[in-house]
Design a protein around this ligand. Sequence first.
Ligand code: SAH
Ligand code: SF4
Length: 346
Amino acid sequence: MHERLIEKAENEHRLDEVELALLLSSSAAEEPLAAAADRVRKKHVGDGVHLRGLIEFSNICRRSCLYCGLRRENEKIERFRLPPGEIVRLARNAKGHGYRTVVLQGGEDGFWSAAALAPVLREIRAMGLVITLSIGERSEEEYRAFKEAGASRFLLRIETTDRALYERLDPHMSWEARRMCLASLRRLGYEVGTGSLVGLPGQSVESLARDILFFQEIDADMVGIGPFIPNGDTPLGEEAAGDIHLTRRMVSLLRLLLPEANIPATTAMETLASGARVLALRSGANVVMPNVTEGDFRRRYALYPGKAHVRDTPEQCRADLTAQLSQIGRFVAEDAGFRRQGSMNT
Ligand code: SAH
Ligand code: SF4
């Protein structure tokens, strides 16, 4: 039964909700799914692993997502906002370490208007770096201004396609508004990254199956999946963490259904289970986003506790990763890793 479904997914890149839910629920399917996803990864995106240098530039957020340590109600974290010059410096260092792409991620921090962020983007773009932004929901005009200033990719997870669950966990936010943001980004010509959390309290495997179909439907260029990790400073602090095996099966199924997508091995996976990053890379993933934020800011950007590599330096992260990749017969890709060939010639 599983064999037939996995074969179909590998050859046709198509499964329905019931089939996806069945595979997601089956521990016996995990290894054959990973093996099939690894073949599809090799065939469609090759052995190169794309590295994105992650710069966490503000942990100030106006939102109240119940799972996240950056939520405005959390008084336990020390807030920071890196000055423009510091962001540019980190980007220059990332370039020095050989990164071709940087991801600027932060809370929904009102300080960073289009006018405030544009000069930073221009300066980083002028270094020849490709820029991904991950700063939450904005108006289409702002997204346009960021794009004109040099951002070419945007990462905005839908978190879950279960609207009721989304609106329960993200108070005052609308699922439809988030979907419209993804549509705006697409219209503006961004490469669109999205994704979801695995193991949110009240989430079903059917809903995870629908997440995969949603990513397929919007033709996501990048899909990041991470297990939910309870944060003691949030209302969900006592809940159970997401299951690492279920997360791995999600990664494999994503590769089977979106063969060309960029799929990261996420820090949340590594945080939950040491070695999970490499395992994800062997189960369908082809991207890693090493943190290039420095010093204490790495610790203070606490979405969830125990974040992997929080004490490493950017240099260590990069060196460890290169070694790990060569052990599994993979290498750091030299190009900027656009999903759509010719979408930008850098
Ligand atoms: N504010 C922006 C970007 C920063 S949050 C946004 O929300 O889009 C980046 C991601 O961290 C979120 O999309 C969410 O999926 C993830 N995250 C937040 N809290 C988490 C937790 N407790 N466990 C695992 N991932 C979490
Ligand atoms: Fe803010 Fe993003 Fe955390 Fe929600 S997930 S509280 S928007 S940083």
